[in-house]
Design a protein around this ligand. Sequence first.
Ligand code: ARG
Ligand code: ZN
Length: 436
Amino acid sequence: TRSLLLIVLGLLSLGASLPSAHSNTSYKVVRIRANSDRDVHVIHYLRHKYHLDPWRDVTRAHQVGDYLVRPQHSDDVLRQLVDSDIHHEVVINDVESFLRSNDAIKNRTRRSATAHEHRHKFLTYDELLDFLHHAQNTATNARVQVGSIGKSFEGRDTPYVKFSLQISRGNDSEKGAIFIDSGIHSREWISPAMAAEMIHRLAFNDENDSAVNSLLDMFTWIIVPLVNPDGYAFTFTPGLENRLWRKSRAAGYSSDPYCYGVDLNRNFGYQWNNNPFHGGSANPCSGTFSGPRSFSEPESRNVRDILLRNKNNIKGYLTLHSFGQFFLYPWGYSSDVEIDDEVDLYHVASAFADAMKRKNYQYQVGGSAKVLYPAAGGSDDYVRGMMGVKYAYTVELPPHESSKYGFLLPESDVMSVVSDTWEGIKAFAFRLYSYT
Ligand code: ARG
Ligand code: ZN
């Protein structure tokens, strides 16, 4: 029996070293369902062991996650999911060719173009700056003021845009402001594309929509379209992992020279907490590294400081992310705390969700830690908790969480997504005005 056992063991180890039928050299996105707490643990173990990049993570049973798996690990990860009897599905089998066929990364040269030629594209950092300056210089519908809120870690200027009425159409004093930022997470390209659309609509109003002038009458609009310029520029450099970069590009937090960046949406100073239980991390190599302390990063401080300069005017705050189609209100830091005026927050959010429903987009509205997952150090919690702005939201733009595209929404979808989402933004602003 002993020799039989040895033969069996030998066959087993031979089997393990044979190339499997699925042997692969491609990045994959694997959708994994956690049916139990045990599944959540196994998934987190695999995430850690194989450095899986969560496009959306599971935090509790009955959630679904999407994970980017590196080529050298895909066989092992898939085998272990099978062995552990965890429900999963490969949603993108070869991410690089998927991306190529959706032409989201091109060999781009800077377009020297007018604002109109920049429309409905994924703009590079330089193109975005060109667009903003063009909007400032040629705006027909409003007074557009473009400036910088400060430098990034690598020294890039971080633009902001402020809209006020044409001098002839009245004055701005006493008006409330809507503050919108986007591009905190660099791979979420639809987010700055949405900001550019809003800027375009407000500045030019090509469609001659009378609602646009009401929006400008009701509010001063302050938009920071690219909170994380370094990360964003990095996503335009060659390579799939570069395209999928989430954090800033801060260096020096780790002795491992490859571990760059801070998750800027974990770095804001309200209930800051780098414990993984609260969605952050103390590990500089992690995709959700919270930084060594709150506001350790120039990018989050830049946003904080422009917020503080406008503190007394801000009636509503939106921070644009992707993906999933969620319209979220605080609190993000913990799912155990209720927000006291949830009814109001829900009603204003519903204006957006209802308008989007008319355009056939299903949005989920709710408290962010409850609906999505806890994540302490988010900008929305800071704006609400420290600045006392009642209506503070995180928007997770398209695609829907069930889509396979995730962060890799094709450029050909930008036009419809941003045009449709503009209807939601308008409805939100009108509802906010009637509530404030
Ligand atoms: N996807 C966003 C993130 O991970 C959600 C943030 C929601 N807000 C929050 N404070 N947790 O950063
Ligand atoms: Zn994000």
